[in-house]
Ligand binder design. Structure first.
Ligand code: HEC
Length: 258
């Protein structure tokens, strides 16, 4: 036993019964806490497995983000992409069905027939870190705020705008979303309307847990876009999240709101 340990032992022994009682009580407290931590809900668990209803006529069954409403597209085989017109017809049908079930819900609906031109040229023009071609000028990092200049702020803004523009493109493209049936988010969420990013985190019944916006995006990529969920760090998921949030600039955060 070294000198330090001896000193601590002597101190404990000399503290007497009162001290021992305190230690006993604090141990009990720990024992109470431990099982509570052990059985705490895992907030990062995988989403529950979800089966889309079986096809009755051999067609493709497309399910809505609500995890309940679905339609079967007759005359198509699973894995066969739909034409743009067919995809619009399916999403229109799904939304009509959803609105019939939720007559009181306000839903902005104006289907886009063409993806808007999303520009990522801003960053390139200024020469930010993501500039394509030309000189790549670095914005400063790790310095005092006082030394940032107008140019730095311009680069940051251009970078952010380019990131959002990428998300815009993905949101409007079944292909970039990795969708298999030609359905893209904008068909039901024009300009990301009705996505309510300001209400996250909140409990989502279809996910059986408290969801973040990205969880819900992933869920919608699976149903109704029929693509594969993206890793939380996937650049596409990050860009989609950036775009959806950017569309709600100025709206007050109101997490947990349904
Ligand atoms: C066929 C129409 C349709 C398509 C396509 C679609 N959604 Fe949805 N989405 C809905 C409906 C309807 C709801 C509401 C579901 C509910 O209330 O349970 C919804 C809900 C959401 C929500 C939650 C909104 C809230 O109030 O919390 C998000 C976020 C969302 N969708 C994002 C997406 C994204 C991202 C895509 C593309 C990957 C997508 N959606 C594709 C119809 C669609």
């Amino acid at each position: 036993m070294n000198a330090r340990a001896k000193l601590i032992t002597t101190a404990i022994l000399s503290a007497g019964a009162a001290c021992l009682l305190t230690i006993a009580v604090s141990h009990r407290r720990l024992a109470i806490l431990e099982p509570a931590i052990g059985t705490a809900p895992a907030f990062a668990q995988d989403a529950p497995a979800h089966a889309v209803p079986a096809a009755k006529r051999g067609g493709v069954v497309v399910e809505l983000c609500d995890g309940v409403t679905s339609v079967e597209v007759a005359g198509t085989k699973p894995g066969q992409p739909l034409s743009h017109a067919q995809a619009l017809a399916v999403t229109g049908k799904l939304m009509a069905e959803w609105q019939r079930k939720h007559p009181g819900e306000k839903w902005v609906m104006a289907q886009a027939s063409e993806a808007p031109a999303a520009s990522v040229a801003g960053a390139a023009n200024i020469g930010g870190p993501n500039a394509q071609g030309g000189a790549k000028l670095k914005s400063q990092q790790g310095d005092t705020y006082a030394s940032f200049h107008e140019r730095d702020y311009k680069i940051w803004k251009a970078e952010t705008d380019a990131f959002v523009a990428q998300g815009n493109k993905i949101f409007h493209s079944a292909k970039l979303l990795g969708g298999t049936i030609g359905v893209s988010c904008d068909m039901c969420h024009p300009n990301a309307a009705n996505t309510h990013p300001e209400t996250y985190p909140k409990y989502q019944e279809q996910l059986q847990r408290v969801a973040l916006l990205r969880d819900m995006i992933d869920w919608c990529i699976e149903n109704p876009v029929k693509g594969k969920t993206l890793d939380p760090n996937d650049p596409k998921l990050r860009a989609l999240e950036a775009y959806i949030l950017a569309q709600r600039k100025g709206v007050a955060l109101d997490y947990g709101k349904h």
